[in-house]
Design a binder for this molecule. Sequence first.
Ligand code: ATP
Ligand code: MG
Length: 704
Amino acid sequence: MSSAESAPSLDFIRAIITEDVKANKNGGRVHTRFPPEPNGYLHIGHAKSICLNFGVAKEFGGLCNLRFDDTNPTKEEEEYVASIKEDVRWLGFDWEDRLYYASDYFDRLYEFALQLIRDGKAYVCGLGPEEIRAYRGTLTDPGRDSPYRNRPVEENLTLFERMRAGEFEDGACVLRAKIDMASPNLNMRDPVLYRVLHTPHQRTGTKWCIYPMYDFTHGQSDSIEGITHSLCTLEFEDHRPLYDWFIRELQIFAPRQIEFARLNLSYTVMSKRKLLELVRGGHVSGWNDPRMPTLSGMRRRGYTATAIRDFCDRIGVAKKESMVDIGLLDHCLREDLNLRALRRMAVLHPLRVVIDNYPEDQVEYLDAENNPEDPAMGSRQIPFSRVLYIEQEDFREDPPKKYFRLAPGQEVRLKHAFYITCERVVKDETTAAVIELRCTYDPNTRGGWSQDGRRVKGTLHWVSAAHAIEAEVRLYDHLFVTPNPADPKEGADFTSLLNPKSIETVTSCKIEPSLAAPDPGAHFQFLRLGYFCVDVVDSTVDRPVFNRTATLRDSWAKIEKTRPDGDMTAKARQSEDRKGVAPVDGKCGEAAPGENEITIDDFARIDLRVGVVREAGLVKGAKKLIRLMVDLGEGRLRQIFSGIRSAYADPEILVGKKVIVVVNLKPRQMSFGLSEGMVLAGVGDDRLGIATVEGDLLPGDKVM
Ligand code: ATP
Ligand code: MG
């Protein structure tokens, strides 16, 4: 793990650029570009490239262009151009007056082609596409020269001019570079530079019926714009020799191309072709379907630009392809939304609760904070009355052990309101389904606290029935069922891996009245349920529609599944209590982690700190323990008992060592005294040793 949070670490790209600047290359100038092809919507992978290109430019006091590499009129559309601009801006980047199109350079590129022909470096080839492929050879066999390869320059000039004039059908001939048909790099085997295509272009209309290939466009466009560092993904590494060849032959400005690994994200696909297939095949509602990894889909779902930028920062750039856990993205999202989302109460699957000892027509208003993380966000008044709704899941007639929610005879806290006790269960006569709970409330617990100090363990969200607003809520899960859907089993189509439960629409949800007519795109945290965002497409004043952006951490369901002893349950509850309320069981929550896997969120809850051992000694009567007094920069020492005595017969030698301490464990009362944390140690078959850290770290510094 890096120190990405503290200071921007110098990845290999920034290290190269730093060197170039130091060496005063290009007069110390740094100029990058983000070069999308307008043939689809941008996705989270593009965000990585955008953050990198715009980020680098900013950090080095340089500039970044937005350039559309629009060389293929058959696949490109104005709709895509507009959406790309919107998405880059939304992410928080500004190309100012530097918006370019490769098509702006068609005249220059045509001139470049003529230059190569005149220099005997390009020729018009009459082989068809199939033949060109056959002549090209393979990785193991060299290619064969085209029979047209040695056409005289004049003939090539005339033919190319005639191509441009529209005298040839699509595919009848192409212009090729004359490089080396035996090159081990297939890109160098006389690549095609220009093709005939009688298709109008969205920007140049019918001016051209020949179009430059992407490879003949990209590098020269960078050169024309004076791009100093041309950052692209790894698949272009093999194209670099070709781009360099063009630059050299044409004797034009030479950008430095640096390749980095694409972002791959688990449980989704990132290829525009596949995304287009999902749209065209009706597997999703469009490019901006909230399940799509597109920026427009993610925005609609409720992801914030801050979270996405933070995510891109944290994943960094590297040379090696890898798969990033989507849990990291959600972690960044929760960190951001936790600070800014208004807390609200919403009941997705309502169960009617009647408070029998509450007066029929009484309504009282209770004060409820908008965000416990930020008192400046103020509070709101929520109505309480005799008939309420709670979540069906929050009641069990026959509760398991350690079930702290509502059950017959059990008392719970209604958040911001009162303690209530379930007295009676009303059932449907024919189906025996629970349709209503008759409860009593304790008027002395207003605000959710009791004078007599009695504790209730469960806290539930609720809404007043008479004041509730109806809403639709859409719950999303991963779009695919496997972590790597881009790589299906032989012969299988990736769409066969789509998750049939990726969306669940819940109608007739009951939401608190302060959520009336919410602003499209607004973010909320529905207590215990997750983060939600008002749908910008379908939400109306009469009928609000919310998209679930992310669940909260779902510890109860996980623990209930894996821990029969119930001990962890109490611990988990405690950490949840700190947040006020516990999440309800999620139905379609996190990536179902493998047996031995925990999510990044789980891990992030462990607070690791550097501690300096100030005292260390044996413990009387304990065979395995030693007692450490550890300085964690808290102005006091913590006592920690650690089971490492077998490795430290003389614990004194630990004094002064920097160790790693889990500081947010619940203190444990032992017969020898209170133990306030855990020191990390390494253990092998017959070895045991405390983990120490070196370097410029102080007591209390965070270990990541
Ligand atoms: P196509 O498969 O259609 O070429 P593309 O994803 O490469 O699609 P471009 O429009 O060419 O799309 O991408 C623009 C820029 O974004 C390129 O520089 C590309 O390298 C970069 N990019 C695309 N996908 C990713 C990704 N997953 N991670 C990082 N950068 C990406
Ligand atoms: Mg591309």
